[in-house]
Design a protein around this ligand. Sequence first.
Ligand code: SAM
Length: 343
Amino acid sequence: MISDVMSPRAGGSAMTDPFGRTISYLRVSITDRCDFRCVYCMSEDMTFLPRADLLTLEELDRLCSAFIARGVRKLRLTGGEPLVRRNMMSLVRSLSRHLDSGALDELTLTTNGSQLARFAAELRDCGVRRVNVSLDTLDPAKFRAITRWGDLDRVLEGINAALAAGLAVKINAVVLKGENEDEIPALMRWAHGLGMGLTLIEVMPLGEVGEGRIDQYVPLSLVRARLANNYTLSDLPDSTGGPARYVRVEETGGKLGFITPLTHNFCESCNRVRITCTGTIHTCLGQEDASDLRRPLRASPDDDLLNAAIDRAIGGKPKGHDFIIDRKHNRPSVSRHMSVTGG
Ligand code: SAM
């Protein structure tokens, strides 16, 4: 069977890197701002980009559309917090034309859920079918401690609104040593009870956050072994090509994912690139590589310069990352924060 990624829309050629990996998944951070300050993600006194540096929503649309013309089938909007960017629904609405045309299989979002109650129904109306919501604990005080600024009730309200609107919801939880590691079974039962998947994430050494990573890091191999004492975890075949490995939890009937960049490397099947809200492309989450797409985007109303810059960036996609956290490497491996690339 010829896969979709081999046949991009007319006018664009497929984006294949030197290791033969074809890019079909684009993640776009549409703002670096967020209404939370999660302890593993940002420092409390983050400096954000001047608004003038940001791509406009129209420019973001053009950039995404250029990638879709080159074979991107899945587009994820992220941030910062994507739902806090003013007028962001106009971008979602506009991008939904690619769902209608069949050029795009999926338009989705990663969100902290704080604004979902307001936007869930409209997202569904724009063709969004699934959202990932980041939630590390169901304990209000811990939630406040981890997010520094977040209100758990508001997020739960957002999740309920998303489910009521008919969106599939997957919960993403970063497992933090001594913080929420004991709560994982309860979080799983809650998520699965509401028909939501749960994916656990290892803390990645991205950006200076004012705390040593060694204090936050728990290997998911340990979390999995603890869960396996009380639950039957049946491996599921890898269907996404992405970094998560999934199991079915027989007792709950739900799906549990593990994203383990530190204990298991997932780079061979990487089909994704990331773009920041200033138009910088990062072809690897775990390396410092970066190329500017804003200048070629702005230099000409047609996409020739942009496509040439995209080709150069994809041509330099690293083979993989090499995150390390140990006592010798208790500093960020990569200096940019997750809020810049959106995870
Ligand atoms: N604001 C949105 C949200 O909360 O999902 C989107 C952006 S947030 C940066 C995306 C994901 O990255 C969240 O699930 C967050 O928990 C995760 N994240 C942030 N920093 C991380 C780190 N250092 N290691 C692992 N995951 C991280």
